[in-house]
Ligand binder design. Sequence first.
Ligand code: SF4
Length: 233
Amino acid sequence: MPAVAVTAWTRDELAHRRDEIDQISLEFESLQPGDIIARAAALAEGRAVVTCSFEDAVLAHAATVAVPGIEVAMIDTQYLFAETHWFVGEVRSAVGLNLRIVSPTGVEPDNLWRTDTEACCRVRKVEPLNELLRGAVLWVTGVRRVDGPTRADAPILSFDSGRNLLKLNPLARFTDDDMATYETIHELPRNPLVDRGYPSIGCWPCTRPVAPGEDKRAGRWSGQAKTECGLHT
Ligand code: SF4
């Protein structure tokens, strides 16, 4: 198995380690998600944050098993489906998460999503995420290459120059079958919306179920040019 550096890195040096980051990312291609998370967390010396949308429980489970007590965060936009809130409780019971729920500051539910989804996502998702990640060295996400064309080339490990941290996508290689197999092996609960035609789940005003054969993320901001909320762009 290839050797992976284990000396902890600081935020100040990340920009100068891009070649090493690319090399480690290639080495991670042959590892399972839990091993990837454990090795990457060693690089960050505990300054790691996992963000989950709770479409499924795979990332939360893999991270918590690999690094017990690792912080798992959910951004509560104030527009999440009731089913997602219920599901978070199920995952907490099943996995025993160190869960942190992050909310946008200074805003109440409003109608901005009707007129300006970019601004709404910025206030309710991107800004809370950036605040959450302030000071972190490693950000662990659930991005997968099969999510859609905008994510097809997602590396497992990269340098996020905008936030000046390491971004880890430990599930990047996982197919839908891989996810289902992982859920079965570990007896994980499922978000009920998935079985009702929502393969990608965001906020209720901006998510519709998809038809058979449609892209997994076709139900997100349907009818708009927008395809990403801004967290991963
Ligand atoms: S997905 Fe829709 S409701 Fe949620 S933050 Fe973005 S624009 Fe607002």
